[in-house]
Design a protein around this ligand. Structure first.
Ligand code: AMP
Length: 178
């Protein structure tokens, strides 16, 4: 039996209205990360659907994907690869730009971050419109690795990220429809 359930996980996600811009309510997961049982449950639940998928690499998206992805990699017995904001990776990298509400952002991966024999799970804390995730998908597939799926702690279903990922096997632990 679980020491705690998913319902309690959701009580440990703090809504911060107006951060970082007035029209956004930020899903702050730091209370969940601070709770040992919640942190363990969240990591185990993210990994669970992919335990028999032969995952060799977990790709985490900067910044909060970095908090969860290495822990998921430990559970799955795989490696970890960072997908970083532009200009942060030291070695030769590939870049994928994506649209924000105002302007462009981008993610980068080392050219040897994943290889064609890799089976990759993409991990982030939150999927909203799906633009960030789609850039991650493009980077992984662009290096000819196999994308097994994507896992997030939180899916903001009203922003349509799942549809933007057309066809990627997306698993979320907590969903919010407003
Ligand atoms: P999107 O590209 O719109 O799917 O946005 C997803 C990225 O932005 C993820 O890396 C999240 O960490 C972050 N993000 C977007 N919306 C929120 C939110 N309401 N609360 C926390 N993080 C968010």
């Amino acid at each position: 039996m679980r020491a705690m359930d998913v319902g309690r996980l959701s009580t440990l996600v703090r809504d911060v209205p107006g951060f970082p811009v007035p029209e956004v309510t930020f899903k702050d997961i730091t209370p969940l990360l601070a709770d040992p049982a919640a942190l363990r449950l969240a990591v185990e639940m993210i990994a669970a659907p992919f335990e028999d998928s032969g995952v060799t690499m977990v790709a985490g998206i900067e910044a909060r994907g970095f908090v969860l992805a290495p822990a998921v990699a430990l559970v799955l017995g795989s490696g970890f690869v960072p997908l970083r904001k532009p200009g942060k990776l030291p070695y030769s990298s590939r870049k994928e730009e994506y649209q924000l509400e105002y302007g462009l952002d981008a993610l980068e991966i080392h050219v040897d971050g994943v290889a064609p024999h890799d089976r990759v799970l993409l991990v982030d804390d939150v999927i909203a419109t799906g633009g960030t995730a789609r850039a991650g998908v493009t980077l992984i597939r662009g290096l000819d690795a196999e994308l097994v799926g994507m896992a997030v702690l939180i899916e903001l279903t009203f922003l349509g990220g799942r549809e933007a990922l057309d066809g990627v096997d997306l698993h979320s632990i907590l969903t919010y429809d407003s």
